[in-house]
Design a protein around this ligand. Sequence first.
Ligand SMILES: [Zn+2]
Length: 172
Amino acid sequence: MFGITSPDDLLLIESVAMVQQICTPVTVSFDDAAVADYFDDQIDEGHTPETCGRIWLHTHPGSSPLPSGTDEETFQRAFGSPDWAVMFIVARGGATYARLRMNVGPGCNKRLAVEVDYDTEFPEADQDLWESEYEAAVTVHDPFTRRPRTLSSDPFEWRDDTGWSESEWVAS
Ligand SMILES: [Zn+2]
């Protein structure tokens, strides 16, 4: 997902948006045309690349929010061009990881503290809205057959019939 932020505070996430993507437990592949459409739509709504395209959020099905090697590779490949970008991960259970990367000059990385601003409205907290957006945007591929698999309403439930344990997911 992209985090959509306030123009007055580029690290205050006020909304999130999903784009068409194909996921396995260990990879994500964004649909380039969908990403382009997302930016067009956001710009039309008055956002700038700084407020809608700098924060990449994703979840981990295990309890560790630490980025995987694939996460680092994706962050570098997809978010290495703008001046700065943030990788934000929420693990099952609520643990978080956030890191700001500056791509200008010598570049640097800085872990960010995360807090919930309960004073800010966050319409995506609507569970029904979230599920319909998730089901519309995310195609889940079986990691072994690489074919789409049916998603239950609980995105974690299908993990069980893969026979993978949570620790294997974390390691991946
Ligand atoms: Zn990850």
